[in-house]
Ligand binder design. Sequence first.
Ligand code: SF4
Length: 313
Amino acid sequence: MLTLPVLDERPDEREPSPCGSADSQVVEIGRKPRRLPEWLKRPIPSGGGMYFAQRLISELGLETICESGKCPNRSECWSRRTATFMILGETCTRPCGFCAVKRGRPEAVAEDEPERVAEACARMGLRHVVITSVTRDDLPDGGADHFRRCILAVRERTGATIEVLTPDFNGREDQVATVLDARPEVFNHNMETVARLQQYVRRKSQYEVSLRVLEVAKKISPETRTKSGLMLGLGETTGELLDTLADLRSIGCNFLTLGQYLRPSPRHLPPERYLPPAEFDELGRMARQMGFDEVASGPFVRSSYHADEMARV
Ligand code: SF4
């Protein structure tokens, strides 16, 4: 029998709260400043592997979501010499309320980027490469062909397995097909949050469109494993979360990541609550029971966190 974790069961419409303190250890939940719980405190990133990756990425003029997204796992991942490359520039065309990536008018696409990403992967000795991008609604193909070229370049240069974490391509099947034409081993697209909170959290993206992207990917390439992820602590209820997981399973989604939403700055959406690690464990167990092949669930889990281990399943 399933034991439901104790999540707030009050569905309501929430507005972003005013800005919080600049103290990194103090954040706001709703309007109440709260200290980060012990389990969410992490050391400042440092270490040899970290500097190696940082230097290499800067030398090759690349972007990573690790840095642009202010990911709390940078120290751990970069020390393990893993990173998630962010292609198609550093400026996103969508105004999601949770994301630290710069938004505005994007740069021209760098035609030599696939080779530079491949060079970085080769020099880092990566065996599993994760490639994501900003959303490029300004490009006729949403950047799909650039994804395809990056996958081919990395595979040719390194032989690594490849995971893409794509935008929604506005649900365009032809654009999803273009990416899949290069046969990535894992096709990841994040739902980010439950249906009711989509507009509050993602603003210009839609739940049904994201679900369709994953469904279409599985239909076009059944052997490619599909993956999705949600940030928790934004005000979702247990029932809403389980509905979303059921929707993902109904379209054959293989892998799932569940992590705590952390506010990148006081300008971003405030978290509604912090789920204790035991609650993440329980949610992970429930998700496995629903049939996902592999689930990563924990406060610091992000969609690319230890992606190499998940992809080996
Ligand atoms: S979890 Fe992903 S985005 Fe964060 S540092 Fe690791 S590889 Fe980068």
